[in-house]
Design a protein around this ligand. Structure first.
Ligand SMILES: [Zn+2]
Ligand SMILES: [Zn+2]
Length: 333
């Protein structure tokens, strides 16, 4: 048994604070690509200074399985959390990373595929039942405002019951959704400027990449996209580019197990995602320092090794390539 595993088990019997620290030890254990000498994350991420990226869930697609969780990212900027995408399991992933859910403040959805928005409403809900009392602003392609109204309709019995029976605050005004009609400036607050660019993710019309310019550096999330040279312009000079990837030989294995039209599914996957080689080209053209590969398609086949993902990107990109794991801690700047 590893030391970290022993610490984790010891923590279970030692109360919440120790457990949280043990969780960080476990998270750090898989953070093989952290910068040398980087300080360990504090027990409560809200106490953390600087800009730090956490890749919460790194598997592409809505299917649940394997060692990777569904897509979600967390960018902490001087203790303020910015959540990017809400795949299934995002609440659990954030808690395991050390973010108390009553600290939620900003949520960004790249597009309305369920692997990116399935837990959007439930994430806010889980914050509400963790004593969240402050507004959460959410942003996404057109549809996020309606999705928010629909979420309240779906859960009206429970919410009304808990307000009356448990005296909880009315959560409706706290979740403030913003439809983004097109690319451009999204918001600016807490020292962070967020902008968006249209990506290529057919057949969906609207899929955004998001760029976060922080006091410590810039981080760009590609969202889901086919190879898109315009992303290199959008990510110009960023410190970190988090780019989605598809591994074509894995797609053949992936379509074998689906019950739907195999050719149509294969066509969708290859037409709407980016190979590691092409992600490397984008990173090189953008001149970023670090390329973080994430949203792996397929993301639940262990025969596809980290080296296989990394090799393609490294053909074209001369900077650091990180093959992201769930809850990996990546300091920025
Ligand atoms: Zn996706
Ligand atoms: Zn998608």
């Amino acid at each position: 048994m590893s030391i970290d595993r022993r610490k984790f088990i010891a923590g279970i019997g030692m109360g919440g604070a120790s457990l949280l620290m043990a969780r960080h030890a476990a998270a750090q254990a898989v953070s093989g690509n952290d910068k040398p000498g980087a300080a360990a994350a504090p027990a409560d991420l809200a106490a953390e200074r600087g800009t730090v990226l956490y890749t919460i869930g790194t598997k592409g697609g809505p299917r649940v399985g394997g060692r990777r969780g569904n897509p979600a990212n967390l960018l902490m900027v001087d203790g303020v959390p910015f959540v990017v995408d809400c795949g299934y399991g995002v609440s659990r992933g954030l808690v395991d990373a050390g973010l108390p859910l009553d600290k939620l403040k900003y949520v960004f959805i790249t597009h309305h595929h369920s692997d990116h928005n399935l837990e959007y409403g439930n994430l806010f809900y889980n914050g509400w039942v963790t004593n969240l009392r402050t507004p959460v602003k959410s942003y996404g392609p057109i549809g996020i405002e309606q999705m928010t109204r629909d979420f309240w309709a779906l859960n009206r019995i429970d919410v009304a019951t808990r307000m009356a029976d448990e005296g909880r605050v009315d959560p409706h005004p706290l979740l403030q959704a913003h439809d983004l009609p097109g690319p451009g400036k999204v918001m600016e607050a807490d020292g962070v400027r967020v902008t968006s660019a249209h990506m290529l993710h057919p057949p969906l019309e609207h899929c955004f990449a998001y760029r976060f310019d922080t006091p410590h550096g810039a981080v760009v999330f590609s969202g889901d996209t086919a190879y898109n040279p315009k992303l290199a312009d959008f990510a110009k000079g960023a410190d970190v580019l988090v780019h989605e990837v598809v591994y074509p030989p894995g797609v053949d294995k992936l379509v074998e197990r689906v019950a739907n039209d195999k050719e149509a599914f294969k066509h969708h996957l290859l037409a709407s995602h980016t190979t590691p080689e092409d992600a490397g080209k984008i990173a090189q053209a953008a001149g970023v320092k670090t390329l973080v590969l994430s949203h792996f398609v397929p993301g639940d086949m262990d025969w596809i090794t980290d080296a296989m993902w990394q090799e393609g990107a490294g053909k074209h990109f001369k900077g650091q390539v990180i093959v992201a794991r769930d809850r990996q801690r990546i300091p920025v700047g």
